[in-house]
Design a protein around this ligand. Sequence first.
Ligand code: PMP
Length: 344
Amino acid sequence: MTEPRRSGTEAVGALPTALNPMALSLNENPFPPLPSVRSALSASIEVANRYPEYLPERLRSLIAAHTGLGDEQVVVGAGATGVIMQVLHAMTDPGDRIVMASPTFDGYPIFAQMARLESVPVPLDAHGHHDLDAMASAAADARVVVVCRPHNPTGTIEHAADLERFIRHLSPETVVLLDEAYAEFLAPECRIDAIGLVARYPNVVVLRTFSKAYGLAGLRIGYGFCAPRLARRLWSMQLPFGVAITALVAVAASFDAEAELHQRIRMITSERLYLGMRLRSMGVYSTESHANFVYVPDCGTGWGQFFSASGVRVRHYADGGVRITVGDRRSTSAVVAAVAQAMS
Ligand code: PMP
């Protein structure tokens, strides 16, 4: 007997819940969208029978003006992920090499495979920093090199001067993906002048996203910026009608609500400091994170069973370490309880 066919909505099942203190594995923002962003989104749903712009020119202008860039320097995609794929499609041929730290954002090895590139992983140092000298050597015959600042999963940042020295030593034919997915969480004194950097180095592409600090991961909006010549090449890979109309209105409303978003960013970073302090007080080391997560290396016995038993979902790494997204105080309490169990 065949089972009765389920309706589409039944088959899809439940959506994720906006407020879930246990969901700490994807570096999402713990806050639901701001009311002003929600109402702009609702209005855009009313015109869902219409296509968005053929190419996302209005969104590009909005982002360029807000960031202090020229329109001709910006490309837009389905998250930073979409922009990364755009760069790989425009700038590489199958078989080219891409150098990245290991571990890094899980996406990079996958994107490399999708673009048929050869990944060259370079281990992080003991404190979770990039080994820039080793990466520069590995990049000698590579087409692309990736540096995340802050890095995922460790949250560490490289000094501006070290980063620039690294870039200066690379061939101008090597594309540098400077991934700033978490840049908004940086304290002002830790930020780098990314606009100046792309003005000085025509091979650098800076990546940003609305998925993290802006809390719009479900809408898939990211952007990249670079020198106009390179940007023209990347823009030529812009998918027609590829950015949903929701992206334009959500970004516009978010820029209008920047003060509230900064308040949320401050809450997340102070919660991260609190979590770090609680971990230290239990004798647990975590890397020096500048993002909305912390990385805790292996404790010897493995964290796996303790987090599984607690119901807190964190990201586990092959070396036994875990990356824990910063949530609200309930999240922190659940993490602290799991860690206390492991340490007892
Ligand atoms: N870069 C880094 C370093 C990330 O951690 C992530 C997401 N976890 C991304 C890029 C991709 O983000 P998105 O596609 O959601 O913009």
